[in-house]
Design a protein around this ligand. Structure first.
Ligand code: PMP
Length: 285
């Protein structure tokens, strides 16, 4: 991804893609002092741009790393980098991190908080699973307690076990891994939230140890507007046997049906297809 044409927004200005570099003593590389957003632009407009900018600022606050831009400035910067790359349908990655500076150790108050925004074309996150249903492995790692790490932040440190779990899943021919949390409840995938259907009602994990995804909140609103009951609750692993349908939500994943989790199978049913289609229409509206 580093050797290509294009522009990346870095600390207030556009730089050539190839020159968007940091020093090896960048604090974030050593200590995970980094938070980010994944967003999608559809037909020239970023879906929920303000919500994503606000979450980036919140993630920075949670990591004791104040980000020196406002929501409005971040929104404008994202639009600027999309325009500079001539993209109207793209994935947008905003990143804030502690740079190199006065200190090189755990403490980093003397190091600047830097912001970069890149964008690129990115199609269906799970490829053809979007139509036939993704196959998920069960991760051996658990989503940690909010007393262990600020789980509400979209922070790089929370993704170490995501990368490891996704690699393990791919080695078994799966698209992704499903995590249980530190208490043993069903939690989320490595970059997406999860929903289940049983008897016409929808069940999704409580967002107290997972990322409360912007897509998750959007889809819950869509379901309730259709008059469908949504239960946000603790879900036990053994309940996977009883659910009829399952899907994942996320900015990159959008609404992706799940056909299998471990040994449990699910049908790609009517509600799953309806929600996927309606989400697609909403983001392009
Ligand atoms: N959980 C995790 C761990 C994620 O990385 C993501 C993607 N940001 C999500 C859930 C879904 O969040 P959103 O809908 O805001 O993209």
């Amino acid at each position: 991804y580093d050797d290509r044409d294009g522009k990346i927004w870095m600390d207030g200005k556009l730089v050539d893609w190839r020159d968007a570099k940091v020093h090896i003593l960048t604090h974030a590389l050593h200590y995970a002092s980094s938070v980010f957003e994944g967003e999608r632009c559809y037909n020239g407009k970023i879906f929920k741009s303000t919500e994503h900018s606000a979450r980036l600022l919140k993630s920075g606050e949670l990591l004791d790393m104040p980000i020196p831009y406002t929501v409005e400035q971040l929104n404008a910067a994202k639009d600027e980098v999309l325009a500079a790359n001539g993209l109207t349908d793209a994935y947008v990655r905003a990143l804030a991190f502690r740079g190199a500076g006065d200190e090189m150790g755990v403490a980093s108050l003397g190091n600047p908080v830097r912001v970069a925004i890149a964008c690129w074309t990115w199609g269906a996150y799970y490829g053809d699973a979007k139509f036939k249903g993704a196959k998920l492995d069960i991760a051996k790692w658990k989503r940690p307690s909010p007393e262990t790490i600020p789980t509400a932040a979209k922070a790089a440190g929370l993704y170490m076990i995501c990368t490891m779990s996704k690699h393990a899943a791919m080695a078994k021919g799966c698209s992704d891994a499903l995590f249980f949390d530190y208490r043993g409840y069903v939690a989320e995938a490595t970059g997406a939230n999860i929903f289940f259907v049983k008897d016409g009602e929808v069940h999704t994990p409580n967002p107290d140890a997972i990322l409360n995804g912007i897509t998750r909140q959007t889809v819950i609103g869509m379901l309730r507007a259709k008059g469908i009951t949504v239960h946000e609750r603790y879900i036990l692993p053994e309940e996977l046997a009883d659910f009829e349908q399952c899907w994942l939500t996320g900015t990159a994943a959008e609404v992706t049906p799940v056909g299998q989790i471990g040994d449990y199978t699910f049908e790609v049913g009517a509600l799953t297809r309806d929600i996927a289609t309606e989400y697609e229409a909403l983001v392009r509206a």
